[in-house]
Design a protein around this ligand. Sequence first.
Ligand SMILES: NC(=O)C1=CN([C@@H]2O[C@H](COP(=O)(O)OP(=O)(O)OC[C@H]3O[C@@H](n4cnc5c(N)ncnc54)[C@H](O)[C@@H]3O)[C@@H](O)[C@H]2O)C=CC1
Ligand SMILES: O=C(O)C(=O)CO
Length: 331
Amino acid sequence: MPFKMVQIGVLLPISMQKAIFSEASRNDLEAVANVRWNETDEQLNDEQACEFLQGCEVSIGSWRTPKPSKAILEACPTIKLWEHAAGSVKAFFTDELQGKEIMIASCAPAIGRTVAEMVLGEMIIGLRRIIPNAQSNRTERRTPVPNKLYLAAATVGIIGASQVGRYFLQLVRPFGPRVLLYDPYITHEAAAQLGATKVDSLLELCAQCDAITMHTPMTDSTRQMMGAKEFQAMKDDAVFINSSRGGCIDERALIAELEKGRLFAFLDVSDPEPADMDNPIRTMPNVIYTSHLAGGQSYHIGNQVVEDVKAYLSGQKPKMVVTWDMLDRLA
Ligand SMILES: NC(=O)C1=CN([C@@H]2O[C@H](COP(=O)(O)OP(=O)(O)OC[C@H]3O[C@@H](n4cnc5c(N)ncnc54)[C@H](O)[C@@H]3O)[C@@H](O)[C@H]2O)C=CC1
Ligand SMILES: O=C(O)C(=O)CO
């Protein structure tokens, strides 16, 4: 056994443990470390976490657990790895972490796979007009809604070469579409290596694509980056998918286009979230609104936690170690 038996504290409440760890991954974790599981379904408070994490070298937490606060870091100086068993880690970085020798690892790569899978499904459903076709069959004997594009004949746009965006690219490439990528942080060469063509103008991407999927974090530079001009530039029958953050789009501008009978949108996120009950995205025929369903909690996350812990124990790095300098472009 190449690993030392360190103490790990799993802060996650029982229901989250069950959602992300299969029996196999749970056993895997226990084979390489002494694991102290939170045996309640409660979110521990800081004081309880200080006690729970005593002597731990690895803390496994998430949104329903305390952040690495001043109190916890002072009470538990043995912690060297804080595994965030979830995505979007930015809000998790407390000032207290500055200068501390603690590695923060994110499970965004694992969540990315789950989101990308849903986006692929939505894109096919959108391009093939499955929903309007089925809707019209309720009242028409023969549907007037034409079968539309195959992915192989489509131009697909990805906004944000993120974890999710890259997984989606991997999934969609075998179908053979032309893929355009908009992300100021990636070079043309790097985009080409991923199998996409980088475009420098968001409007150009909007004008050229049959389907666009959005994968940016919510930052000052992405707030409402898909606005009236961008939605108007899109082809009338294009598909628009947002599973990033509601604030990255101007929802009212999108609704204005949808009301004209243009576009078909899949929105997994809204701003605010959940959307108000009278928000038209809940009822418009050309929108499918899901309530933050894409990422979810899956065994992919538990598997990555175990992989990350094993990597750490054998002196390597977890899959996605997040550092302060990455935060301005991350979710
Ligand atoms: N609906 C759901 O269940 C889930 C939603 N998300 C959301 O999906 C989005 C993507 O998440 P990750 O893949 O983890 O992101 P990430 O943090 O891996 O990457 C963000 C990407 O956005 C790019 N970017 C930053 N500013 C940009 C700009 N102005 N224009 C274009 N690109 C820009 C960065 O270069 C980076 O490649 C986030 O908003 C995240 O919160 C993530 C997981 C689940
Ligand atoms: O990780 C994220 O950003 C999420 O939205 C969780 O589903």
